[in-house]
Design a protein around this ligand. Structure first.
Ligand code: ZN
Length: 338
């Protein structure tokens, strides 16, 4: 086809798309729990890089120049992720994943950006966890702090709190002196027993995966005998049901762990109960406010204003940290390769 004719067609096509653009931006800005009330504050926050502040507005209005958008504007012919393509070419791996280069793909899925994604997850979660721990001032009947957050303080503490230690803390697993793999054997038997009792499919190799998995955080109330798994997720918030979907994924991930603890607790008549509230923020700053505040309260954050402040900080932090990944994307995409 003649290039001039093609350009014209592309231009016509992109004009047709304008309507859908305004539709999605407006829909987004009028949606509940989109943290729109904090956008102005974010934009005025001088501790956040000016480019980051601008980019949030850019992708809220579907203007971030990713391939998906560039194609709609008639600039690119393909929507395939350029970064994945480039990376696979450099590493001389044949087939790049066939993914559409959207903000969601860059933020949450592109394998090239996996490391920065993990760092951002930890950055947001550590601050949130620290705030919860610091602000959890509710006392128990003995006038001591009601909640205990053993894994909140350092990555080392977090690494230490695996299955054995969680169960030991509740007196559901006795740690035997080292040697002959006795601890392993006993726990293995218990885990098998649980899966058989509830007819859940399970085989030998699953045991290591089961034991290796640890929640992002933990909270214990020794008086009321609550063991709480805390999970944090940063997810793409384009679709209306983004948070419910993540919630379900997270619950599925730990349902057998919670089930196992409750099973042992029943068997030993110990009275402990395990549960799991999730904390989820959207890449663009969405956050289910009521649910979030209720969960903070259930963990002993007594003051209403403190709960609000934690919510605001978490939204701000998610927005500013999420920008880092877009920065990396642009840097890697534009970097020269031999
Ligand atoms: Zn990609």
């Amino acid at each position: 086809m003649n290039p001039t004719v093609k350009k014209r067609i592309d231009f016509q096509v992109s004009r047709q798309q304008i309507k859908t653009h305004t539709g999605s931006t407006a829909k987004n800005l009028t949606r509940e729990d989109n943290s729109r009330d904090l956008l102005g504050k974010f934009h005025k926050d001088r501790s956040v890089w000016i480019r980051a502040r601008q980019r949030v507005l850019q992708y809220l209005s579907y203007q971030f120049p990713c391939a998906l958008q560039l194609k709609q504007w008639g600039i690119l012919n393909e929507v395939k992720c350029r970064l994945c393509g480039k990376y696979y070419k450099e590493k001389k791996v044949r087939e790049p994943p066939d993914s559409v280069e959207s903000v969601g793909h860059i933020q949450c899925y592109s394998p090239v950006l996996q490391l920065s994604r993990i760092a951002i997850h930890h950055g947001i979660w550590r601050e949130l966890m620290f705030s919860i721990q610091k602000s959890s001032t509710k006392l128990n009947d003995a006038s001591e702090p009601r909640w205990h957050f053993p894994s909140a303080l350092s990555p080392e503490a977090h690494a230490e709190w695996g299955q054995y230690k969680i169960l030991e803390y509740m007196g559901l697993h006795e740690i035997l002196p080292p040697g002959a793999g006795q601890n392993r054997a006993k726990l293995r038997k218990d885990i098998e027993e649980y899966h058989i009792a509830y007819s859940i499919d399970f085989d030998e190799t699953d045991i290591d995966t089961f034991n290796a998995r640890r929640p992002d955080g933990l909270a214990f109330d020794t008086e009321k005998k609550s063991c709480v798994f805390l999970e944090y997720t940063r997810a793409m918030d384009t679709n209306e049901d983004w948070a419910e979907k993540k919630e379900q994924e997270k619950n599925d991930r730990y349902s057998s762990h919670l089930g196992f603890i409750n099973h042992l607790s029943n068997r030993e008549k110990s009275g402990w109960k395990a549960s799991q509230p999730n904390f989820t923020t959207g890449v663009r700053g969405s956050l289910h406010t009521n649910q979030f505040l209720t969960r903070l309260e259930s963990l002993g954050v007594k003051k209403k204003n403190t709960r609000k402040a934690i919510r605001n900080r978490t939204v701000q932090k998610t927005r500013s940290m999420s920008d880092i990944i877009l920065q990396f994307f642009l840097i890697v995409l534009n970097s020269k390769t031999e």
